[in-house]
Design a protein around this ligand. Structure first.
Ligand SMILES: Cc1cc2nc3c(=O)[nH]c(=O)nc-3n(C[C@H](O)[C@H](O)[C@H](O)COP(=O)(O)OP(=O)(O)OC[C@H]3O[C@@H](n4cnc5c(N)ncnc54)[C@H](O)[C@@H]3O)c2cc1C
Length: 441
């Protein structure tokens, strides 16, 4: 096999699908990206914290400078309880910077997708098609053909499902596995995620005592808030525990938002700003379920999952999107290896899942614990939040314990740039290296 006769269909143009578009371009592999929304870049969605792993990938793609211009570095987090009492600062982001040479940064989903899309050369942008909702998938031993709701048909030699938590590609993989009488272990559950929390996010003009760069958290029983303050606007993510966990897909209306604010509107975001004040001056707001879980099988034949289609985290540790970006790096490295070495695509997909699975399982569990701690799920979590997590030595120990795992994340082997993130205490395990000519880029 060689890359010249391969074409990848990417389903989904969110941050992870767009990262895949960059990585495949860099590897010189042809692709078409199909996105159901009317435009690849839309001004909607919450904010994302991009951790050193995600920043390193953006650096490898040559996007760090552009990204820095639309994002803000994060440092100390001020923490309050529901009554506004100081429950001790958290220095997780500070220690990330010490360990990896760069502070995590916060960015709107709009800006991160804009940077990823606009930085692609026009010839490559033309391969990204909006208004294309994939509605069926058919496979042969060597190809995948998708049909969109507008009747258009697209064929490739493999398909990457980057279509989010309610992935259509994942459901098609299951149907194909069932139709092929696959062993039970190869068939994913129809609803692989469990929802214990829902989130409401609010974007509002930066105001009163909130200063650009501030990061605050409000903790307490059944509801926690993360506040990230930008130059012009700030965003809060509020995480509320559901009365009971569910596997059903929940959808929310404007009335649900109003009810949410009626329940939690008095909670403080800072000394002067409450949830209600933020909501009343909102620029945008939305409510979503926070599904959690890791899908057991990430591929079927020539179809493979990345990002939220494969694993869904609560946002408390800011890790879901970052892990999706690392998935893309690991997957594209395996695809390039298979194409160079004559291995089959299925083996490449299996190696990719093997490389990523445990890190994702651990990341998902860690995010769930962080949400349970911040929402005081029970007396033990409350005790840990108030009396253990406030200790600076514990915070440093937790970040240091994760540092070697973070430093072991792969780099895109097809990119020739040297290491951009130097200066951290923990050396990156795999240095950026040269491998493939970048003819297509
Ligand atoms: C409140 C909140 C805060 C968060 N904060 C962070 C954070 O700080 N850091 C972090 O790393 N992560 C965070 N996350 C998680 C992050 O948003 C996701 O992990 C990330 O968006 C996943 O990207 P994705 O591209 O895999 O999926 P998505 O962002 O869901 O994108 C999937 C895309 O596929 C398209 N699509 C779906 N079905 C089809 C179809 N049939 N055909 C064609 N296209 C289709 C969709 O329109 C969409 O554009 C947060 C999430 C929430 C809800």
């Amino acid at each position: 096999m060689s890359s010249s006769n391969q074409k990848v269909i990417i389903v989904g143009g969110g941050p992870v699908g767009l990262t895949a578009a960059h990585a495949l371009s860099r590897a010189g592999i042809d692709f078409t990206l199909l996105e159901s929304r009317p435009s690849i870049v839309i001004d909607a969605g919450s904010n994302l914290v991009i951790l050193p792993t995600g920043l390193r990938i953006l650096g490898q793609l040559g996007l760090l400078e552009t990204f820095n211009a639309v994002s803000s570095p994060l440092g100390r987090i001020r923490r309050f309880d529901h009554e506004g009492n100081d429950i001790g600062d958290a220095n997780f982001f500070v220690h990330h910077k010490e360990n990896h040479g760069i502070a995590p940064r916060v960015v709107s989903r709009h800006d991160v997708t804009r940077v990823l899309y606009e930085s692609l050369p026009a010839t490559i942008q033309s391969r990204l098609l909006a208004n294309k909702r994939v509605s069926s998938v058919a496979t042969t031993a060597s190809s995948v053909t998708v049909t969109c709701t507008d009747g258009s048909v697209h064929t490739g030699s493999m398909l990457i499902g980057a279509d989010g938590a309610h992935s259509f590609v994942r459901s098609q993989m299951r149907d194909l596995a069932l139709a092929a009488d696959a062993p039970a272990a190869a068939i994913n559950p129809a609803q692989p995620f469990l929802t214990t929390y829902r989130a409401m996010w609010i974007r509002f003009p930066t105001q009163a005592d909130l200063a650009p760069g501030d990061a605050n958290e409000t903790h307490g029983r059944d509801c926690a808030i993360q506040t990230f303050v930008g130059e012009e606007t700030s965003v809060i993510g509020m995480y509320e525990r559901l009365p009971a966990p569910t596997q059903d897909r929940l959808r929310y209306s404007a009335a649900d938002e109003e009810d949410f604010v009626a329940r939690w509107g008095d909670l403080p975001l800072s000394d002067e700003v409450t949830v209600r004040r933020a909501y009343e001056s909102r620029v945008q707001a939305g409510m979503v379920s926070l599904e959690e879980g890791v899908v057991p099988n990430w591929s079927w034949g020539r179809m493979v999952l990345v990002g939220d289609a494969a694993h869904k985290f609560t946002p408390s540790t800011g890790a879901g999107c970052n892990n999706g970006m690392v998935d893309v790096v690991a997957l594209v490295n395996e695809i390039v290896r298979a194409l160079d070495g004559g291995d089959d695509v299925e083996t490449a997909f299996a190696e990719y899942q093997k490389a990523r699975f445990q890190a994702v399982v651990d990341g998902c569990a860690g995010a769930g614990r962080a949400t349970a701690t911040a929402t005081w799920m029970n007396g033990i979590f409350k005790f840990v939040d108030l009396h253990v997590m406030k200790r600076k030595a514990v915070q440093k120990m937790l970040v240091d314990r994760a540092a070697h795992e973070i430093a072991s994340t792969p780099v895109l082997e097809c990119v020739e740039d040297g290491e951009l993130l130097t200066g951290g205490k923990v050396p990156w395990a795999q240095g950026a290296q040269s491998r493939t000519a970048l003819a297509a880029y």
